[in-house]
Write a protein that binds this ligand. Sequence first.
Ligand code: HEC
Length: 111
Amino acid sequence: MKHSLTVCILLIVGSALTFAALVSASSPPAADGSAIQLVEALGCRGCHRILGYGGSTATDLTEVGTRLTTAEIAKFLVAHPGSDASRSMLTYTTLSAEEIDKLSNYLYNLR
Ligand code: HEC
């Protein structure tokens, strides 16, 4: 009786670990857990491709750090009055300064 309970527990733990491994293998690579969480939660990939995964209606952001500095990316997130194209992007004015920092540092360092 005790023995079969142990086997049962081992099976449950084993399948949970396998599941966790499968889930993490199919997720895109994350340089910074919290920044990538923001990217997902805010739906940036709905329009932008990042590290080979996401939409193609806007530029691929993987290389954005070769075009813009961290400060420029941060500024762009809260105000992008520039091109007509960029007007289809939301202005993320409800993000905290810390969130803006995380996002812009993350994107800048992808290059
Ligand atoms: C509804 C579509 C859409 C969403 C969602 C969106 N963007 Fe954009 N974004 C654009 C468009 C359009 C542009 C301007 C033209 C382009 O880059 O193709 C742009 C431009 C940018 C740029 C400047 C790129 C450059 O090379 O100059 C950055 C940085 C950026 N977006 C970051 C983000 C981040 C971070 C998110 C999520 C918080 C996001 N975008 C969500 C459409 C979107």
